[in-house]
Design a binder for this molecule. Structure first.
Ligand code: ADP
Ligand code: MG
Ligand code: ZN
Length: 575
C-alpha cells in the first residue's frame, strides 16, 4: 500500500496517456515497453534523466515523444550524420516536423531550418556535438524556447566508454546555457563507472537514472578459440559459418579495413551477398551500402566498427566477430545488433592470442592519459577472460554491468555444452617460473620452446636456467593452450615491442596466488603428454613446487650432456 502511494502509478503522471496515444498514432506501437513509460513520464514532468536501455529497446521515442508533447523545440545531440539522417527521415515520414543541421546541409537549407524553428514550426532539431561546440549555434538556440535537450549515445562522453568523442565532454555547458530545460542522456551500454562519468560530465547530478536489465534472452552466444593465428584459417571458418546460415541476414565484424575487403570478397566468391563497409569509403558510398544491407534479403555486412551505431535492421539473425571487439561494452553493443525483432539470433566470437596482443598494441598507439590506458587495458583483459572462460556468456557480461544476480541463460555455448575443465595449476606454475627466469626476453612461441626444451637456437645461459625443458612431458599443443589461457587471464602479459610481443608476468598478486597454489588454473582440455618426448619420472606426489625445485640438477646434467655433444660435433666439423 505504502509503496503504491509513494510511487504514483504510470497513468497518473501528467500527459502519459497523451504520450501513449502519440506512440500508437505516430509510431504504431501498442504500448511502452520496458522502462520507456517511466522515462517519458519523468521528462514530461520536467526532470532530467539518464536512461541505460538495451540496444533496440526504443531509446529514441523516450525523447522524441516528450519533445513533441512539450512546448518548444526539442534539441537532439547525435554523434553520427548517418544516425541523424535515419531518424530525421523516419520522423518526417511519420509526419513529425524534424530537421538536422550537420556539415552536409547547404546554407540555404540552414536558413530555412532556423526560420522554421523561430516560427515554432519545428518539433525536433538534430545536431552534432561538433556543430554545437562551434558556438554560433548555441547563441541562435538561446533565442528559442526549448522543450528538452537529448544526448543520444551518451556513452561517447566517457573516456571509460568505447566510443569516446572529445566534443561530447563539452556538452556539460548546456546545463548553464539552458537552465530549466529538461535534459535526457540515453545509451545502451554503460557500466557503473561510465554512468558516473556521464552524470558528472553532462552535469546531470540531479537526474533520475534508469538502468534496464541487460538481458537479451533471444540471443544465443558463443565464442570459439582460433586454432592459430592464420588469417586464411579464420577466413575459412567465417565463410563456413556464414554458409551454414545461408539466406539469413547478418553482420561480420573485422578488426581492419583490409580484413573487411578480404572477407567480403571471399564470401562473395562463396556465393553470399556480402557487402564490405568501413571508414575507408566515402560517406555516400557507405550510405549506398547501408541501404543495400537494409533492403536486400539475406545480405551480410562485413564491417569494421565504423558500422553499427544506431543501425536499425530488425531481422539481423547473426553477428560474427572474425576479430574480437575491444571490450565487453563493445561486445554487448555489437552482438546486440542481432535479433532486434526479438526472434532467436546468434552472436559468435572468434578470438585468439594474437588478437589480445593486437588489441593491446592498438591501445598503446593511442594518445591517452596513463590512468585511462590502464582502465582500457583491463577492459581488454576482462573481455578475453570472458571469451576464454567457462561462465555462461550473458551471465558474465551482465555481472560485469552490475547485475550480480543474473542467472545462467541456458542457451549459450557454455550453458548448453559445459566445457570440462582440467587443473593445469602445475604446468601454469612452470610457465610462470620460466617467464620470470627469462626476464621478458622471449615471445610466446619461444617461451613454449624453452619449456619443452625444443628450440634449435638455444642460448647457453638459457640452458642453465632451471626451467629449461621443464615442460617436456606436455605436448606442444597443450602448452599453447595453457600459455594462451594464462595470457587471456592476465597472468602473463604480452608487451608490445616493435610488433613482436614479448611475454612478461602479469598481475603480481594473481601470479603469486598461482605460485602458492591458492589460485587454481583451469583449462578446457587436459594437458596432453608429449608423444615424442621421453617420459620423465612422475613427481606428482612431491607437492606443487617440488617439480620446479628438484629440476635444477636434472637440467644441469642434460646441459652437460648437450655441451659435450656440441663439442664433439664442432670438432667433427673442423676436421
Ligand atoms: P535504440 O536506440 O534503443 O537502439 P530505437 O529507438 O532505434 O532503439 O528503436 C528500435 C526499434 O524499436 C524501432 O524500430 C522502434 O520503432 C521500436 N520501438 C520503440 N518503442 C517500441 C515499443 N514501445 N513497442 C514496439 N516497438 C518499439
Ligand atoms: Mg538509438
Ligand atoms: Zn548461458
Amino acid at each position: 500500500m505504502l509503496a503504491a502511494q509513494s510511487r504514483p502509478a504510470l497513468t497518473e503522471t501528467p500527459g502519459l496517456d497523451q504520450a501513449r496515444a502519440l506512440l500508437s498514432r505516430v509510431w504504431g506501437h501498442g504500448d511502452f515497453r520496458g522502462l520507456q513509460g517511466q522515462v517519458v513520464g519523468q521528462i514530461l514532468s520536467g526532470g532530467d534523466v539518464l536512461a541505460v536501455l538495451p540496444t533496440g529497446g526504443g531509446k529514441s521515442v523516450c525523447y522524441q515523444i516528450p519533445a513533441i508533447l512539450r512546448p518548444g523545440l526539442g534539441l537532439v545531440v547525435s554523434p553520427l550524420i548517418a544516425l541523424m539522417t535515419d531518424q530525421v527521415e523516419a520522423l518526417k515520414q511519420q509526419g513529425v516536423a524534424a530537421a538536422r543541421l550537420d556539415s552536409g546541409v547547404s546554407l540555404d537549407d540552414r536558413s530555412a531550418i532556423w526560420r522554421a524553428a523561430r516560427a515554432g514550426e519545428l518539433d525536433l532539431l538534430y545536431v552534432s556535438p561538433e556543430g554545437l561546440a562551434a558556438g554560433a549555434m548555441l547563441d541562435r538556440l538561446a533565442e528559442l524556447p526549448l522543450s528538452l535537450i537529448a544526448i543520444d549515445e551518451a556513452h561517447c562522453v566517457s573516456q571509460w566508454g568505447h566510443d569516446f568523442r572529445p566534443d561530447y565532454r563539452n556538452l556539460g555547458l548546456l546545463a548553464e546555457r539552458f537552465p530549466g530545460v529538461p535534459r535526457i542522456a540515453v545509451t545502451a551500454t554503460a557500466d557503473a563507472r561510465t554512468r558516473d562519468d556521464i552524470l558528472r560530465s553532462l552535469r546531470l547530478e540531479g537526474a533520475q537514472v534508469f538502468v534496464d536489465s541487460f538481458a537479451r534472452p533471444n540471443l544465443q552466444l558463443s565464442a570459439e578459440r582460433k586454432e592459430n593465428a592464420s588469417r586464411a584459417k579464420t577466413d575459412a571458418r567465417v565463410i563456413e559459418m556464414v554458409r551454414e546460415r545461408r539466406g539469413k541476414s547478418g553482420v561480420v565484424y573485422c578488426g581492419s579495413r583490409d580484413g573487411c575487403d578480404r572477407v567480403a570478397q571471399a564470401l562473395r566468391d562463396a556465393g553470399t551477398n556480402a557487402i564490405a563497409y568501413h571508414a575507408g569509403m566515402d560517406t555516400r558510398e557507405r550510405d549506398r551500402r547501408l541501404e543495400r544491407f537494409l533492403a536486400e534479403d539475406g545480405a551480410v555486412m562485413v564491417a569494421t566498427i565504423a558500422f553499427g551505431m544506431g543501425v536499425d535492421k530488425a531481422d539481423v539473425r547473426f553477428v560474427i566477430h572474425a576479430d574480437p571487439p575491444g571490450s565487453l561494452e563493445a561486445y554487448w553493443q555489437e552482438i546486440g545488433r542481432a535479433g532486434r525483432d526479438g526472434e532467436p539470433a546468434e552472436g559468435i566470437t572468434l578470438y585468439g592470442p594474437s588478437d589480445i596482443a593486437w588489441s593491446l598494441r592498438r591501445l598503446d598507439g593511442r594518445p591517452m592519459a596513463e590512468e585511462v590506458k590502464q582502465v582500457q587495458v583491463r577492459k581488454v583483459r576482462q573481455l578475453f577472460a570472458m571469451l576464454d572462460g567457462a561462465v555462461c556468456r550473458p551471465q558474465a557480461v551482465r555481472r560485469y554491468f552490475g547485475e550480480q544476480d543474473a542467472a545462467p541463460c541456458g542457451v549459450c555455448d557454455v550453458c548448453s555444452d559445459p566445457p570440462q575443465l582440467y587443473d593445469a595449476t602445475v604446468p601454469a606454475q612452470k610457465a610462470l617460473a620460466a617467464v620470470q627466469r627469462l626476464g621478458g626476453r622471449f615471445g610466446r612461441g619461444r617461451v613454449i620452446d624453452h619449456l619443452t626444451g625444443r628450440t634449435k637456437d638455444v642460448q647457453p645461459w638459457e640452458q642453465q636456467l632451471s626451467t629449461w625443458g621443464v615442460g617436456r612431458e606436455i605436448s606442444l599443443n597443450s602448452w599453447r593452450e595453457i600459455v594462451d589461457h594464462l595470457l587471456f587471464e592476465g597472468l602473463l602479459v604480452e608487451d608490445p615491442n616493435d610488433g613482436k610481443p614479448l611475454v612478461g608476468l602479469g598481475d603480481p598478486d594473481a601470479v603469486r596466488a598461482v605460485y602458492k597454489a591458492e589460485r587454481q588454473v583451469e583449462v578446457r582440455r587436459a594437458p596432453l603428454r608429449a608423444d615424442a618426448a621421453p617420459r620423465r619420472r612422475d613427481r606428482s606426489g612431491e607437492g606443487r613446487n617440488a617439480a620446479l625445485e628438484t629440476m635444477d640438477a636434472d637440467v644441469r646434467a642434460r646441459f652437460e650432456a648437450l655441451r659435450a655433444w656440441r663439442r664433439d660435433r664442432a670438432s667433427e666439423q673442423h676436421v
